[in-house]
Write a protein of this length. Structure first.
Length: 429
């Protein structure tokens, strides 16, 4: 009996370890997808972690962050009020997110209280004495304004360390006051210009001021994702599409989930006819701010260009189910083309008719041809000549030809007509 009891205890402990390991794996996956911008998958893995477990507090923190990133500040704030996160240890981890929610929800009194607590809790590990947080909270509480000028003392504090220089430059970018960055360049210490991040911000300031040449001067030798994106955008404005595409690819090589690069590189790949690359980039796009059906429609269009007709048809099937009764014209056109390529004449007639109803002239013609020809698809797939090039070619039309009278085979002799006319005159007389 004692052995059975020990066996049951051992089994329970083993199962507990298995569940704990599974929770840890789910949490790691959730964190990975959260960092890479795939909030839906992150949310899914967080839902796999059981409540009242050791990792549930970390899961709550991640959930609050996801809601915040989705602009759902109410639910984010609601999670942060959970009693599990009230301890000093967890309040230290979540208080900055609380402040961000307070700012978004305009809870000024709560913001003041949370800020005082958070400043004390996070002072040990802050690298910049919470200068950025100070500025944002004071701006919200109207203790300072957007137009407030930095005093000489403030500038000395900001310019004393590299980290605070970055904060000051970013603050001006955030408030659309990049001109201040340019005006105060002379005051920046020399060591700051050796830092790539500082030069990136200065380059961005010049770009936003409309001086693209100086922007490029500051970032020319920097190979970071931000610098590559900025170079690409400048070349894009100058209509140097190939160069811009190359810079976007470099940015994606350095940071594979760069949203700025992906959102611009995908349409560029279409413009440049790089359909295979476009499809690869589209498959890497995992952000929540794109309609999945638009993504699927673009995927089918790229596959059509690559002549992967069967694969394009699979994408279109999903779209047809989604858009039943209200299908966009572009999806109808893709269906018409794919059906025609696969010799599915019933579908050709269906989709060409729908496109014709939306005033697409080519599909009106296709729809009409399906009634004229017994096997329209066979006519289209016939590789033989469809006309006499000698008669209808440009050279033949330009050549002067001899005009010959037509040979007539009269059915009624002219003399008979004249005789009948004479008889008619005599009768009238």
């Amino acid at each position: 009996m004692g052995k059975i009891f020990l066996f049951l205890i051992f089994s329970m402990l083993l199962n507990a370890q298995v569940y704990a390991r599974e929770d840890l794996i789910s949490l790691k996956k959730a964190k990975y997808f959260l960092v890479n911008g795939n909030l839906k998958k992150a949310k899914f893995y967080l839902s796999q972690i059981e409540e009242n477990k050791a990792l549930s507090k970390a899961a709550l923190r991640f959930k609050a962050l996801i809601y915040f990133l989705q602009n759902d500040f109410v639910n984010s704030n609601k999670i942060l009020q959970n009693k599990k996160l009230e301890s000093v240890e967890w309040n230290r981890e979540t208080c900055i997110l609380k402040i961000a929610n307070d700012i978004a929800l305009n809870k000024l009194q709560q913001l003041d209280e949370d800020y005082k607590t958070c400043k004390y809790l996070t002072f040990d590990y802050t690298k910049n004495r919470n200068l950025w947080l100070d500025y944002m909270v004071n701006l919200k509480l109207r203790k300072t304004t957007v137009d407030s000028k930095d005093s000489v003392l403030n500038l000395r504090i900001f310019f004393s360390e590299l980290e605070t220089i970055k904060i000051w430059l970013k603050k001006n970018i955030y408030l659309n006051q990049e001109s201040i960055n340019i005006d105060k360049l002379y005051a920046l210490p020399k060591f700051s210009f050796r830092n790539k991040s500082v030069r990136e911000i200065i380059g961005l300031s010049y770009y936003r001021m409309g001086d693209e040449k100086k922007a490029l001067d500051f970032i020319e030798d920097i190979d970071s994702p931000n610098a590559s994106n900025l170079k690409a955008i400048i070349n894009l404005k100058q209509k140097k599409y190939e160069v811009a595409f190359g810079h976007f690819q470099l940015a994606l090589k350095q940071k594979e989930n760069s949203g700025n690069a992906l959102k611009r590189a995908i349409p560029l790949s279409w413009m440049l006819g790089k359909y295979e690359m476009g499809l690869k980039l589209l498959n890497r796009f995992i952000f929540d701010d794109i309609d999945p059906f638009k993504k699927l429609a673009l995927s089918s269009a790229l596959k059509i260009q690559l002549e992967e007709i069967k694969e394009a048809e699979k994408d279109l099937r999903h779209l047809n189910v989604e858009f039943q009764g209200n299908m966009p014209l572009k999806v109808i056109l893709a269906n018409s083309y794919v059906s025609l390529s696969l010799s599915k004449m019933k579908d050709v007639r269906k989709y060409s008719s729908l496109a014709c109803n939306k005033f697409d002239g080519l599909n009106c013609w296709i729809f009409m041809q399906t009634f004229i020809w017994d096997d329209f698809n066979k006519v289209l797939s016939d590789k033989g000549p469809t006309r006499n090039k000698n008669l209808l070619g440009l050279d033949a039309l330009k050549t002067k030809s001899e005009i010959k009278p037509l040979d007539e085979n009269p059915i009624i002799d002219q003399s008979y007509i004249e005789e009948l006319d004479s008889e008619e005159v005599l009768i009238k007389e």
